[in-house]
Design a protein around this ligand. Sequence first.
Ligand SMILES: NC(=O)c1ccc[n+]([C@@H]2O[C@H](COP(=O)([O-])OP(=O)(O)OC[C@H]3O[C@@H](n4cnc5c(N)ncnc54)[C@H](O)[C@@H]3O)[C@@H](O)[C@H]2O)c1
Length: 251
Amino acid sequence: MQVDGSVAIVTGGASGLGLATADRLLKEGARVVIVDLPSSNGAAVAAERGDAVRFVAADVRDPDEVQAAVDAAEAMGPLRILVHCAGRGGALRLVDREGNPGSLELYTEVVTINLIGTFNVLRLAAASMAKNEPIDGDRGVAILTASVAAFEGQIGQIPYASAKAGVVGLTVVAARDLAGKNIRVCTIAPGTFNTPSSRCRSSTTGCSTARQSGSTVRSGCRRDERVIDPGRRPRFRRHDNARSSRSPQRD
Ligand SMILES: NC(=O)c1ccc[n+]([C@@H]2O[C@H](COP(=O)([O-])OP(=O)(O)OC[C@H]3O[C@@H](n4cnc5c(N)ncnc54)[C@H](O)[C@@H]3O)[C@@H](O)[C@H]2O)c1
């Protein structure tokens, strides 16, 4: 995929992974539509970055709002790149400390944002990409975001792990479905990394998450974390889990 001169949509582009991705695409010569919630920093982020960036306030669950973002991208040129990073966690136990069943509303909300939102963004972006003239055999590429939790979630991650497993599950089907249209689909499943809203959380569950993701774990209480730093190569910082509080992990 030729990034230079292409138009990209980056969801969740106001923060963390999405923001770092948007900056990288800009550096490579793309024009970028950042899609994020109206309450996000998206407008300021776009204003700081100039004409090659537009912010469209949209909830990834909303068909009309996401279509407006696709329309904004098409106004900049053929949409060829989607990087879908928008997502959130939500800690939930099946039975809480008082013996009450876990919240169906929270489960539904987290699954809807992470899984249904992914389908919504992918289908609308793909319909736009399908209209493109192929360049070097490609009409477009979609990169989705799952998590290591898709394969081994921790206690408290039941909605998040369910949704991310769904994203993994849809990936090969989507790739096969869109292959005939020369649109590639792939999904990343990161381990824990440090973003503004996802500060490293400690606990032995954190260690096992890091262990599964291939990060270095020493003595069961230390791990390395990947630091997303726009404009720089990822670096690794050691974190002492023993000093932080215990809380259910999101990732
Ligand atoms: N940080 C980690 O350790 C980690 C690990 C594995 C996977 N992930 C995944 O990576 C992605 C990015 O995570 P991050 O750490 O950069 O998080 P982040 O919170 O910094 O960024 C996520 C962005 O998504 C936006 N967003 C949330 N719900 C939305 C909605 N309904 N519609 C539109 N935008 C919405 C938020 O406003 C935010 O700007 C997420 O899908 C997350 O699940 C993160």
